[in-house]
Design a protein around this ligand. Sequence first.
Ligand SMILES: CC(C)(COP(=O)(O)OP(=O)(O)OC[C@H]1O[C@@H](n2cnc3c(N)ncnc32)[C@H](O)[C@@H]1OP(=O)(O)O)[C@@H](O)C(=O)NCCC(=O)NCCS
Length: 327
Amino acid sequence: MAELAPAEGPILDEILDATYEIWHEGLGRQAYTRYYAGQLGTPWGRAQLSRFALVDRGEVRASVKLYMFDATLDGRSLRVAGIGAVFTQPNLRRRGAAADVIARVLERASAEGAGLALLFSEIGPDYYARLGFAPIPTTDVQLRVVESDRHGAPATWVRFGDDRDIPALVAIGQARAAPFRFHLDRDRDLIHYAIAKKRLRAGLGRPGVRALQFFVAEEGGSAVAYVVVSVDRSGQAVTWTIEECGDRDPTGARAGAILQVLIARDSAEHRPVIRGWLPAGFRPPQIVITSEQHSAEVMMVKPLTKQGETALTLCAEDVLYWRGDAF
Ligand SMILES: CC(C)(COP(=O)(O)OP(=O)(O)OC[C@H]1O[C@@H](n2cnc3c(N)ncnc32)[C@H](O)[C@@H]1OP(=O)(O)O)[C@@H](O)C(=O)NCCC(=O)NCCS
C-alpha cells in the first residue's frame, strides 16, 4: 500500500528529475535543485513550505508541494493549505495517484488547522473541480506606463529596496488588503520569501536573461511605495511581471512614478510588455490597461472547514492576491 512520505534525499532527487522538464523556468538541472533548496532555506520556506511523495514499495508514484499560509477570509484569520506542483509519474497516470496524494496532504493540513485549500491550476479547472475545488476567476492585465514627452524620469526619489524596507511593506500591504474579503496575511517572512524566490530564479538562470527589480520611493527615511518586477529577456520582447507593489497613497501615484522611473532608464525603442494581477481599485494614474484576460492559471479553492465555506462565494474583486504569491 502506498504511503505519504516527506520528499527528501533520493525521493526529492527523483521528483526533481521527473518534474524538471515541466517546471524548470529556464534553469539548468543543477540550478533547478538549488532553486528549490534556496526557497527552503528562507525563514518562511523552512517553516511553511514542504513537499510530499506517495511512495509504493520504494517507488515514487506522485508528489505535491504544500504551502501553509496565514490568511484572512471575511474578517477572520484562517490557515490556508496551498497545493502546488502536482505530479504523477507518466507511466502511473490515470490510476488516482494525484487525487490520492492531494487528499492525503489536505488531511494532514486540516489536522494542522487549515480551513481552506488553494491552488493555481495550469491544466484548466476540470480536473480539480472533480476533487471538490471551485474556481475564483482572476484577471491578467497587460499595461503600459504613460511617459512624458521628454521621456524623462519624474521627480520621485527612488532607490533599490532591501530587507530593511520590509516592515514598511508589511504596513502598506495591510492597509491595502483590509477591505478585501480574502487575502494572505503577508508578514515580514512571507514578503521576504516572495522576493527572495524571484531573486533566486533570476540569479540562478543564464546571465542577462532574468532580473529582479525591487525599488522603493522613500519619504522621511522610510519606504512609502514600492514595486517588485521580474524582467524576462528570454523571448523576442522583454516582459515585465509586476510581482507585487504597494503605495501608502491610495491612488497608487507613487508606485506609478516608480514604474515611470524604471521605464525611463531604458531607451524609448525597447518598451517591455508589462503584465500583472492588480487588485480591484488599484490603478496608478501613470498606467493604462491595454488588455485584460482570464488568467491562464486558474485560482481554485476547496473549503476544509465550515469557516472556509464562504470562500465559495468569492468573486474576483473580493480577492487581493499578488502574482508573486502564486505557486
Ligand atoms: C495532472 C496529473 C497530476 C494527473 O495525475 P493522475 O495521477 O493521472 O491523476 P488521477 O489519476 O487522479 O486523475 C486522472 C484524470 O485526470 C485527467 N487529467 C490529466 N491531465 C489533465 C489535464 N491536463 N486536464 C484535464 N484533466 C486531466 C485525466 O484525463 C484523468 O481523467 P480520466 O481518468 O477520466 O480520463 C498528471 O497528468 C501530471 O502529472 N501531469 C503533468 C504535471 C501537471 O500538469 N500537473 C498539474 C499542474 S496544475
